[in-house]
Ligand binder design. Structure first.
Ligand code: SF4
Ligand code: SF4
Length: 441
């Protein structure tokens, strides 16, 4: 068989080894998410004449799929791997929005909030729906994500439903874990402890949009009160607690707050949160609304993001600039994963509930807890991998597909390319990974 460089690769710009003075590159095989540092001469052979490479190097590069059989249908293999992972998924993903209410009035939010909570009859119906799923397939893990609007405004519902979901999982010999995506305003020490110790929460995501002067103008309460001080205090308490939980801080960025990100990183570092906190950045995107119109141009955002990751790294935070293989892009492609909103409507997409742009009743709903799922309704988003195979989206020809997964089936359907920053800054991320590696040696 002949060998060639895989179409699924990204390579860094040329860089010099400080110890030897030799020119080298970092190559990223996206099919395996493996990284290799190669001398420039070796890289030139990989790219143009793999048969000239020493056998030991060839074998390694074949193993990580940087070099492939020149007859291989690589897109077909990647998509098949994705579909196989979906078919053999052992995790039942449940997303629950206990309430349609949120204390905040973020300008970019696409949701319309209302004073509605998941009722007791709808909780009962949801449990029956979940039990049918558990009986239908053999799952080894139930992942419950408490989501919003703001889930802690619906803490009463979490208290009622969490033990019943856990019991349902246990009755099918399925282990249980929960996560929560919260604005952090109500997440005081007592509630954080309750979530982790009583409700099996193993991951908490909180959002700050910058230091107070930026955060408070973007993420104030509905009646205009600032929230930074309280959210930050809660975040510090959580990060300094001995609770066994992963804490992630999401920093949303667009054209009106990017100037504040570096200062926020310094504030986080000065508070000594390096050990417990994982920070990541998210460019503002369309949420069924026009929010993406305030976004930074993708290339500019990507360049800034690399700077911020470098700043995090230098401040002592752990950063993971190299993405992993993504076989299951999101809830939308999971055969049984489901979101229930506070009215009992069911969805297979987390960004569809409470979005007025999808009409009333919500056109993205796939059913409701009382009548069940409408046959065929999942398919609109769930056939995403087939759509890629049919080259409906740019993902079919993109070297990032194995690690990106296609990012967001819904946005592609709406005609918005959801490409993550890695499409633009992967070569620089590879240099950052090299530097991170050097710093830990
Ligand atoms: S389709 Fe997009 S918005 Fe919906 S769950 Fe998937 S990634 Fe999220
Ligand atoms: S979403 Fe964009 S970056 Fe991701 S695979 Fe598709 S084209 Fe590539």
């Amino acid at each position: 068989m002949g060998l060639r460089l895989s179409r699924y690769h990204v390579v860094s710009p040329l860089t010099m080894d400080g110890a030897t003075g030799r020119a080298r590159r970092v190559a990223f095989a996206t099919r395996s998410a493996e990284v290799r540092i190669l001398d420039e001469a070796a890289w030139q052979m990989v790219a143009g004449a793999p048969e000239s490479l020493p056998e030991s190097i060839v074998q390694d590069l074949v193993d990580i799929h940087l070099l492939v059989d020149d007859r291989e249908d690589e897109l077909g293999i990647v998509v098949q791997e994705n579909k196989k992972a979906i078919d053999s998924l052992g995790c039942l993903s449940l997303v629950v929005t206990p309430t349609a209410q949120c204390q905040l009035g973020c300008g970019y939010c696409g949701q319309e909030h209302s004073a509605r909570w998941l009722s007791s009859p709808h909780q009962d119906a949801f449990l029956r729906h979940v039990s049918r799923k558990l009986a239908k397939h053999s799952y080894n893990y139930m992942d419950v994500c408490w989501f919003g609007a703001e889930p802690l405004v619906g803490l009463r519902v979490i208290r009622e439903l969490s033990p019943r979901l856990r019991a349902a999982a246990e009755s099918h010999s399925c282990s249980f874990g929960a996560r929560i995506i919260t604005n952090g305003l109500a997440l005081n020490k007592r509630i954080a402890q309750e979530l982790v110790l009583e409700h099996g929460v193993v991951g908490i995501d909180i959002t700050l949009d910058g230091p107070p002067e930026y955060h408070d103008t973007r993420r104030g309460t509905k009646n205009g009160k600032p929230t930074f001080r309280r959210v930050f205090a809660n975040l510090v308490d959580l990060a300094q607690s001995d609770l066994d939980v992963t804490v992630k801080l999401r920093i949303n960025v667009d054209g009106s707050n990017w100037q504040g990100v570096s200062r926020l990183i310094r504030i986080l570092a000065d508070a000594g949160l390096q050990e417990k906190l994982v920070c990541y950045f998210a460019p503002i995107h369309s949420w069924g609304n026009e929010a993406h119109e305030t976004a930074l141009p993708a290339e500019r955002y990507a360049a800034l993001e690399v700077e911020w990751y470098a700043e995090l790294m230098l401040a002592g935070f752990k950063v993971g600039p190299v993405p992993s293989r993504t076989r299951i892009v999101c809830l939308a492609v999971q055969p049984e994963g489901v979101l229930v909103d506070a009215s009992g409507a069911l969805f297979n997409c987390t960004e569809a509930p409470y979005v007025p742009g999808y009409g009333e009743p919500n056109s993205m709903a796939i059913g409701d807890v009382v009548s069940g799922e409408i046959p065929g309704r999942r398919r609109e988003l769930a056939t995403f991998n087939d759509d890629i195979m049919e080259a409906k989206y740019n993902c079919a020809s993109c070297p990032m597909l194995p690690v990106c997964g296609g990012a967001c089936p819904k946005l592609w359907r709406e005609g918005i390319a959801p490409c993550p920053s890695t499409l633009h800054n992967m070569p620089q991320r590879l240099l950052l990974a090299l530097a991170a590696n050097r710093m830990t040696q």
